[in-house]
Ligand binder design. Structure first.
Ligand code: ZN
Length: 198
């Protein structure tokens, strides 16, 4: 009888613990998704001037997006001084500035990207991705070095990617590479959200 009580007790405790954990995590996700936009800053006029000083060609779009996924002080980047991008893209000004600083720091001559703004949750989680706020970019190639095929190789291209990803940690709070998980096997993800990975 005593052992049955112990088993029932442990099972109940387990059920309560699982219930509490899922309640806490769903509340945490809700809180994060509701308050992450409050922490966004667009950098104002000063950010726009800094982009101009660096020779970036861009159009000012102002505040964009929705209540859930606002993009503050958005700019459509159409070109850089001495750097070729695969296509124009939209970012919140502070992220466009960080990207420009990284490109110049890493002496990148050309790069391909897989997108910037996208109001969506992170793969495999309920948290909104930084792409939701225009504060993230996915890079698939730089100076002919392709993340999908050259990452992890002891070649010039492999080292180029490794060095550039390392330098990105100076500029972004999150830098995800193929080492992070399968979802990033073919690109770098850079963002300036709440940092955990740099
Ligand atoms: Zn990404």
């Amino acid at each position: 009888m005593k052992s049955i009580n112990v088993v029932v007790g442990i099972s109940l405790f387990g059920l309560i613990a699982v219930g509490l954990t899922s309640l806490l995590s769903s509340d945490l996700i809700r809180l994060f998704n509701a308050y992450r936009p409050v922490l966004l800053t667009g950098g104002g006029e000063q950010c726009i001037s800094s982009l101009r000083e660096r020779g970036v060609k861009f159009r000012i779009l102002g505040n964009q997006g929705s209540d859930i996924c606002p993009v503050m002080n958005a700019v459509r980047v159409e070109g850089f001084k001495n750097i070729v991008a695969s296509s124009p893209f939209v970012l919140s000004c502070p992220t466009a500035l960080k990207l420009t600083n990284w490109l110049q720091d890493a002496q990148v001559k050309s790069f391909s990207h897989m997108g910037t703004v996208n109001c969506r949750k992170m793969r495999g989680s309920g948290f909104l991705s930084e792409h939701s706020f225009g504060t993230a970019i996915d890079i698939s190639m730089l100076d002919g070095a392709v993340v999908k095929t050259d990452w992890g190789k002891k070649t010039e291209k492999g080292r180029r990617l490794l060095d550039a990803a390392g330098l990105a940690c100076k500029h972004f709070s999150n830098v995800l590479t193929p080492n992070t998980n399968r979802a990033h096997h073919d690109h770098f993800h850079f963002d300036n959200g709440i940092g955990l990975n740099c």
